[in-house]
Design a protein around this ligand. Structure first.
Ligand code: ADP
Ligand code: MG
Ligand code: MG
Length: 245
């Protein structure tokens, strides 16, 4: 039931060791939280999976087989969809056009707009968001952009969905909505990599947690782990040590 495995990944940029040996794995139907302070290396790690960066060393296995992910097409072919903090949508295109970007259904060589919009409407309904497939993406607020990205991932039949701090800009109502969508995907067997530094979201949504500190995975623990233990792993010292009496 293993979807994904990362072993000993290293990645340096000029003057910076961003990742210095990270291990991670993802199972079918789980929400695996990546927890770490700002700069710990979370975004760099997932960019290895979306094909934005290639590792200097280490291995990535998908379904038990070692793979190389060079670019978005490799990632897409492997069933991995990533929702970045800075979205990947084209503002001047419609919702439907964004969902099927580069893969529009065609009829007699022409884009079959009716079919594309009907299929987009179906996906948006599955996500439970009330937005027209014909709306321009630039007209949408941040929560709806998030949902359009999820609809797009569904259209790609992604088995792995990666979300980089998806709640950072949502209201608490929107967060609840997002969580219910994530739970439904998990029930369908999708594996979700959920990046956050909000501890309360871990208890609400997570199954397991991998803690990243200074480019290293420093622990893999159940989501039910007490918050002070998570903080200790995340910052490398206890709350008492941080705030001595
Ligand atoms: P996080 O997502 O956990 O906040 P990042 O993965 O964004 O952390 O960053 C990890 C480290 O790598 C940071 O020190 C960051 O400045 C550095 N870094 C990330 N991307 C680049 C890049 N393209 N060039 C140089 N340094 C980078
Ligand atoms: Mg950051
Ligand atoms: Mg980040």
């Amino acid at each position: 039931d293993e979807l994904l495995r990362i072993e000993g990944i290293r990645k340096t940029f000029p003057g910076v060791v961003a990742l210095d040996g990270v291990d991670f794995d993802l199972r079918r139907g789980e929400v695996h939280v990546l927890l770490g302070e700002n700069g710990a290396g979370k975004s760099t790690l997932i960019k290895m999976l979306s094909g934005a960066y290639t590792p200097d060393s280490g291995r990535i296995l998908v379904g038990g087989e070692q793979v190389r992910i060079h670019g978005a097409q490799d990632s897409e072919r492997l069933g991995i969809a990533t929702i970045y903090q800075e979205f990947n949508l084209v503002p001047d295109l419609t919702v439907a056009e964004n969902i099927f970007l580069g893969r529009q259904p065609r009829r007699l060589g022409m884009i079959d707009r009716k079919r594309m919009e009907a299929e987009a409407a179906e996906l948006l309904k599955r996500v439970g968001v009330n937005v027209s497939p014909r709306a321009r993406v630039r007209e949408l607020g941040i929560a709806r952009l998030q949902m359009v990205e999820i609809a797009k991932a569904l259209s790609l039949n992604a088995r792995v969905l990666i979300m980089d701090e998806p709640t950072a800009v949502l209201t608490s109502e929107e967060v609840e909505k997002l969580f219910s969508i994530v739970r439904a995907l998990r029930a369908d067997g999708v594996g979700i990599v959920f990046i956050t530094h909000h501890l309360e979201e871990i208890a609400a949504l997570g199954d397991r947690v991998t803690v990243i500190r200074d480019g290293r995975s420093v622990g893999q623990v159940p989501a039910a782990t007490p918050e002070d233990e998570l903080v200790r792993l995340m910052v490398g010292r206890s709350i008492e040590q941080q705030y001595p009496r």
